[in-house]
Design a protein around this ligand. Structure first.
Ligand code: CAA
Length: 380
């Protein structure tokens, strides 16, 4: 067992921490307030090879490991949670399944430009009636010669308004339930692909999401990702990796809240002394720091397992469950330390509470993570 990061892991952490301090922290509040897509930051993520961190160099990525990815996700999300999830969607939910299930021809066209960050990808699983129950897909793909005709809709698609392509899950055989789901790679300029304006949300306001409709949309059969009927496994194994990214995002949000509260506790006085000299505040800081470290260990364990090619459904679910709920607890405690100022839009504490909350919902709610964990623990 070794808790020491490698030289390259340290280097990635340092580089992303400096980038966040310079480019993200000074802008995150403004982007959130104006619901402004962080155009320059996303461009710079591409320049820093952060949009295809674990994609091999052959396919346009940085060729690093999942631990590097988790370290970078934490730092980027520490600077701006919205930028963090944009990075996570392109890396984990788009590039990862194309790398794992795509043919070489698909990788050439639909992976390399996305891993280089010239284009952005998104993940189309959620539907109005298929959120937690991901197998209840209603978007239908019907084969017609060498093409599929797709009709249906997806909603809450993070990065959807800006994406150039989507990994889209459809039902090709309704009677076969989860074994009738098939994935396709679909460029968003395909005829019949219609996007709605960005959703209005409680947090991560700079990371746009939207609903989209597919109307008689024709997709070549060669765009099928994996085999027909294999889509549910494509989705679930993708989410095993995605949940590591979201857990790392939660770490970053919690760290932002924690570090700002610790700093404030050394500035603010009450009852004749700094508030950090009160035991009530000291105990909060002790709990926050301990929970952050515990969450980070779960995240890094899941990342190491993914790097070793080991099935990590349970460990990723544990990391996502604990890190997301921890982030909400820590962000709320941080706001409490700020007192009335924490409730003000002039500070970042309230944004961290709003940003943390979504990590308990997307890429599987906390309840879904508990289902995955208990199903793994109770299987014979
Ligand atoms: N890897 C590979 N295969 C898997 C798998 C995995 N992680 N998990 C399940 N499977 C396989 C199973 O082995 C099983 O195959 P067999 O029948 O051949 O044995 C099959 O899939 C069905 O598995 P389950 O019986 O466990 O499926 P289920 O329907 O009972 O439950 C669930 C699945 C865990 C509840 C699942 O539906 C789920 O994870 N739901 C949440 C969906 C989710 O996370 N959505 C997030 C959307 S993306 C998003 O949020 C993006 C964003 O905005 C940033």
């Amino acid at each position: 067992m070794n808790f020491e990061p490698s030289d390259i892991q340290k280097e990635i952490q340092k580089m992303t921490r400096e980038f966040a301090a310079r480019e993200l922290i000074p802008n995150a509040r403004k982007w959130d307030e104006h619901h402004e897509w962080p155009t320059d930051a996303v461009k710079q993520l591409a320049e820093l090879s952060l949009l295809g961190v674990a994609v091999p160099e052959q396919w346009g990525g940085a060729g690093l490991d999942t631990v590097c990815y988790a370290l970078a996700m934490e730092e980027i999300s520490r600077g701006c949670a919205s930028t963090g999830v944009i990075m996570s969607v392109n890396n984990s939910l788009y590039c990862d399944p194309v790398l794992k299930f795509g043919t070489d021809a698909q990788k050439e066209k639909y992976l390399a430009p996305f891993a280089r960050g010239e284009k952005l990808g998104c993940f189309g699983l959620t539907e109005p009636q298929a959120g937690s129950d991901a197998a209840a897909q209603e978007t239908i793909a019907v084969k017609k010669g060498d093409r599929y005709i797709i009709n249906g809709s997806k909603n809450w698609i993070t990065v959807g308004p800006k994406a150039d392509a989507m990994v889209l899950f459809t039902m090709t055989n309704k009677a076969a339930a989860n074994k009738g789901i098939t994935a396709f790679i679909v460029p968003t300029d395909t005829k019949g692909f219609r996007r709605m304006p960005p959703d209005k949300k409680m947090g991560i306001s700079a990371a746009w999401s939207c609903t989209m409709y597919f109307e008689e949309m024709e997709v070549p059969a060669e765009n099928m990702l994996g085999k027909e009927g294999e889509g549910f496994k494509v989705a679930m194994s993708t989410l095993d990796g995605g949940r590591i990214g979201i857990a790392a995002q939660a770490l970053g949000i919690a760290r932002a809240a924690f570090e700002e509260a610790v700093r404030y506790s050394g500035e603010r006085k009450s009852f004749g002394k700094l508030i950090r000299e009160h035991q009530a505040i000291q105990f909060m800081i002790a709990d926050m720091g301990t929970e952050l470290d515990a969450a980070r260990m779960l995240v890094h364990r899941a990342a190491v397992m993914k790097d070793k090619g080991q099935r990590n459904s349970q460990e990723s679910a544990m990391a996502k469950l604990y890190a997301s709920e921890m982030a909400s607890r820590v962000a709320n405690k941080a706001l409490q330390i700020f007192g009335g100022m924490g409730y003000s839009k002039e500070m970042d504490a309230e944004r961290h509470v709003r940003d943390a909350r979504i990590t308990e919902i997307y890429e599987g709610t906390s309840e879904i993570q508990r289902i995955v964990i208990s199903a793994n623990m109770l299987k014979d």
